[in-house]
Design a protein around this ligand. Structure first.
Ligand code: AMP
Length: 588
């Protein structure tokens, strides 16, 4: 039996938590006061994320402080102080200006976790462009969909990604004016519009004056997925930096001398909000590891780089658990004092495993692309309830609600009752829209609440507990995957008549993508075709999104209105009762 709470012993290596008294901090909190602790652009010219993250420090006492420490896949390392980062991001902003890329233009970045990614995102923000980092493990189809939906004017990428994923798409991307290619030592195929990133940077001005930036100006575009339709581009504004900043202090307990490591890739919102903006606005040192997950590598980084605050994901924790706590005990983590995780439910065993492996529990927290920053958290000063996501951040009002028809919302006051998790709009990092999709945006709000699409419960002490998703989106290794995008790719294969995609529970990755397909006349199910379809999907979608399993069915269950009933596919897969099937179309 797991104990209900984990009380945390106070140890000498911990500074006093930023949030020591939850009730009091909540009562005294105001976003206006947070705004006053940031600088704003000199001369009252507004709020720009990159100024708060970089230039503010570069102009002051922290100029020489280490901002980013980059660890290359193969052992290389590069350090960037705030001063150096200010100069590099100025250069990239100058490059954009020189190319005639103006404010509001969308600058995409498709790269692994290399320094140029961080410089491009921050430089684009300086030039008031909208930055959109894409996950480099996406295949050509998800990349094309996002670049074309987002109207990308510039894409920063690497030589190898350009060759493998972009060159073949250029003709289908008429709005894409420039591709800036980061050299990897080979020849960059310089065709019209394809330019050498390094050369442009070398000749660009190291001076750049950030133009006036309204806090409501669009800054970031993050694609996320729903049950149906194309990916949704959630728009965030420069004013969101208030939330990035203060949640770093309150939920991640960042202190000025911390070495912080967020393991998320900036292709997902956590990797941008907390892999770039939050640590920098707080003036701490941020570790960026280019390498993929590897238990030994990660333990070595935590120890050698003297990481003090570590923000990671449940899948990674469960993979480390598989290697056993002894593997952790072979290393020393002299400075590690706070561990947090996000993205999927963190099982109570994982919270406790933290205490065995590191002498520290793991603090679960909750948020999503649309919220832009952490909304609910287990805080450093509070006892953890293993399995709970924690309590709402100061400045955030969360509730469990029920939709009671005609757009009416009923707040569930009783503890322990399941309902939809809702948030009171108004925090600075709330998304301001889905790109070109006003209707979908409006549907997220009702009765004065933002409806998150997650099912949860609240206990008598105000802790929130995740129950599941209210829709069909899939969470695999912390990455949100839209079933529709996978189904659409499968449907492009000449043998596939219909496709239905579900998240199949997985002990490590939380869910894996599983597809069910029925075949067109003239095609027969079999191992060869299954393998062909798996390969076909992988090539188009990339390994992170493609199904791991495909089953053949004579036909897929549909509602009378023709929608594939993924819910039914899932319960059948799990051998669970089918529940209400009254809307099921009669079999032909
Ligand atoms: P994304 O927008 O890709 O960041 O995914 C957000 C979704 O991930 C949320 O709506 C939840 O369904 C899930 N999620 C995030 N954090 C947690 C958590 N701590 N526990 C359970 N689910 C989570």
């Amino acid at each position: 039996m797991l104990s209900e709470v984990i009380s945390k012993p106070r140890s000498g290596r911990r500074p006093a938590p930023n949030l020591a008294d939850y009730e009091r901090t909540r009562a005294e909190f105001s976003w206006e006061r947070v705004a006053q602790t940031l600088s704003g652009l000199p001369g009252g010219r507004g709020t720009n994320i990159a100024y708060e993250a970089v230039d503010r420090h570069a102009a002051g006492a922290r100029a020489g402080h280490l901002a980013l420490r980059w660890l290359g896949r193969n052992g290389a390392r590069r350090d960037f102080t705030y001063r150096e980062l200010a100069e590099l991001t100025n250069r990239f902003a100058s490059v954009l200006r020189q190319l005639g890329i103006g404010s509001g233009s969308r600058v995409f970045v498709l790269a692994g976790r290399i320094p140029e990614l961080y410089v491009s995102v921050l430089g684009a923000l300086k030039n008031r462009c909208v930055a959109c980092p894409l996950f480099s493990a996406f295949g050509p189809e998800p990349i094309h969909t996002r670049l074309s939906l987002g109207g990308g004017a510039v894409l920063v990428t690497t030589e190898s990604l350009y060759r493998r994923k972009i060159a073949g798409l250029r003709e289908r991307l008429p709005q894409l004016r420039y591709v800036l290619v980061v050299s990897e030592g080979g020849e960059i195929p310089l065709t019209p519009g394809v330019l050498d990133f390094g050369r442009l940077m070398a000749s660009a001005s190291p001076w750049f004056r950030i133009p006036p930036t309204d806090p409501e100006d669009a800054a970031l575009l993050h694609f996320t997925s729903g049950t149906t339709g194309r990916p949704k581009g959630a728009i965030h504004v420069h004013g969101a930096v208030l939330a990035h900043y203060v949640t770093g202090q309150l939920a991640l307990d960042l202190h000025p001398e911390d070495v912080f490591w967020c393991t998320a890739d900036p292709g997902w919102v956590t990797g941008t909000s907390y892999g770039i903006i939050s640590p920098l606005t707080n003036g701490v040192t941020s570790i960026v590891d280019e390498g993929d997950f590897d238990t030994e590598r990660w333990y070595a980084i935590l120890g050698r780089e003297r990481v003090s605050v570590w923000y990671t994901a449940p899948t990674a924790v469960r993979m480390m658990m598989k290697a056993g706590a002894e593997a952790a005990r072979r290393h020393e983590f002299p400075d590690l004092r706070f561990i947090a995780s996000v993205g999927e439910p963190l099982n109570p065993q994982a919270v406790l495993w933290g205490t065995q492996a590191f002498g520290l529990p793991i603090h679960d927290n909750w948020w999503q692309t649309e919220t832009g920053g952490i909304m609910i958290a287990n805080f450093a000063a509070m006892d953890i309830r293993p399995g709970s996501m924690g309590r709402p951040l100061p400045g955030i009002e969360a509730a469990i609600v029920r939709r009671s028809g005609a757009g009416r919302i009923e707040v569930v006051a009783e503890p322990g009752v399941e309902g939809e998790l809702a948030l009171k709009p108004g925090w600075p990092s709330m998304f301001r829209g889905y790109l070109n999709d006003e209707e979908r945006y409006r549907k997220c709000f009702a009765g004065g609440w933002y409806l998150t699409g997650d099912l949860a419960k609240r206990d008598g002490d105000g802790y929130f507990w995740f129950v599941g998703r209210a829709d069909d989106v899939i969470k695999s290794s912390g990455h949100l995957i839209g079933p529709f995008e996978v189904e659409s790719a499968l449907m492009e294969h000449p043998a596939v008549a219909e496709a239905g995609v579900i998240g199949k529970p997985d002990p490590v990755q939380f869910e894996t993508v599983k597809a069910f397909v029925s075949l067109k006349r003239g095609f027969d199910p079999g191992e060869a075709l299954r393998r062909e379809l798996l390969g076909f999907a992988r090539k188009r979608l990339g390994a992170a999104v493609a199904p791991k399993e495909i089953d053949f069915l004579p036909s897929l269950p549909r509602t009378r209105s023709g929608k594939i009933m993924r819910r039914l596919l899932k319960v059948r897969e799990l051998g669970l009762p089918e529940g209400d099937t009254s809307t099921l179309e009669a079999s032909p």
